[in-house]
Design a protein around this ligand. Sequence first.
Ligand code: PHE
Length: 511
Amino acid sequence: MTIKLKKQVIEILEVLKKKNTELLASELANDLDIDYIVLMAAVNDLIEENLGGFREEDVNQIVLNEEGNHYLEKGLPERQLLKILLDSNIKEINIEDLQVKSKLEKQIFYVGLANMKKNRWVAQSKASGENKIFLVLEEFPETEIEKFLLKFKKKSTMNYSTLSKKEIEYLDLLNKRKLIVKEKKTHRIIFLTNKGKSIKKSDIEEFEQVSKITPEMLSAGTWKNYNLKPFDITKPGPSLKAGKTHPLINLINKIREIFISMGFTEIRGPIVESAFFNFDALFQPQDHPARELQDTFYLNNPKVARLPDRDRVMAVKATHENGGDSGSLGWRYKWSESIAKQIVLRTHTTSTTMRRLAQFYKDNDKTPIKVFCIDRVFRNEKLDKSHLAEFTQVEGIVIDENVNLSDLIGLLSEFYRKMGFKKIVTRPGFFPYTEPSMEVSVYYDKLGEWLEMGGSGIFRPEVTSPWGIKNPTRVLAWGQGLERIAMPYYGRKDIRDLYINPIKWLRQQPY
Ligand code: PHE
């Protein structure tokens, strides 16, 4: 059976057969005067017919540096000096005179002089009282190192592994004279298989194939006459390694869309927050353990926070001291305004939710209000595979009349269902600012496991009353860590991966 090959492929096959050795792809392309890519495409045809192949090899390449190239052009300093003597028919000369005549830099001149002596071209003597050199030979054939240097004229790079023992010695000499640089490169080496080596000319049929139909072929109708290259649609295309959106951002966008589809509006708030909005407005007593330094990052600068209008600060103070007009007895301790003015990095996005409640009061807003926040929070946690000191929370609230726990459970079910979790369970929980409070878990099919998602509840009257929100208007709220969803979602076992960014994982992510 004959094998059909394109003209160029046959040519390459012939060259490889004739040289009867493996060849460097770059050199072969050079020899045949074809593009490297064209060559590799042809090699691909050889591979398909099992006639040849290529392998990759790291090679140490040697090229001349600038000085080396200069000597390749002008000759080594010793040859340059000799030329001066021969051209002017000088048999003996004072060394200093020769240096002036040569116009060479002192250092290079002495390198040249030393090598002239080493080559035994000249002898040096001070017998006359002057420091002189004398020519001692008639002929000055190229030295071995010069012959080696000249090889760079033909091929500007040399492959270390192909050098003979002797050549490596000369290379060392050039290296000692600091005339070369070594570079590591990956080479493709092309070879023929046994089938390729033994195939006879009569077994090969030359054929023309085109991979593109041009408009001209179409209009002239000649496209039918061409041998069209068949496409293998089962072959994967080249993998793209372009930049793409980070998976966490993709997830945030997805969550954002879910909230928006449920009629929520996004809110943002400051990262550098007052203790007032982070804790006090949430009815967390000022000696609450969560405020302690090991959990919260306190800032020295700015020194104090600006608080909202005086009467609202007083209303919050009253809820802590005696319940204010919330109907509660409060925590019954002396509330300190200076503690409320401390500056923290917000420990949860609920501080931003509280700012929305303050806005609600100020703007005399109408219900219903449905807002959400997806943003960065900070806690002084020791980092491990499930804890970060800096992470993201997802939080939503609804302010409306007559809403109750069933509405909250309904909202949570819808939210998590849209996130892809069909089953959710709620259990009683505790937060200083909600009553009742619920912990939410979802069933994750892929793992066959229940995952704890976060907290939820109805804001206590002590939290809402300073902002004019009173029975039957209530605030339903829920919040959770984004990374806790991201981990099962992207199958990561270590939360830190989301920020360390293992490149292999990122590359696997869709665009
Ligand atoms: N703020 C809580 C947390 O940081 C979550 C939460 C939000 C709980 C709203 C109840 C209501 O874990």
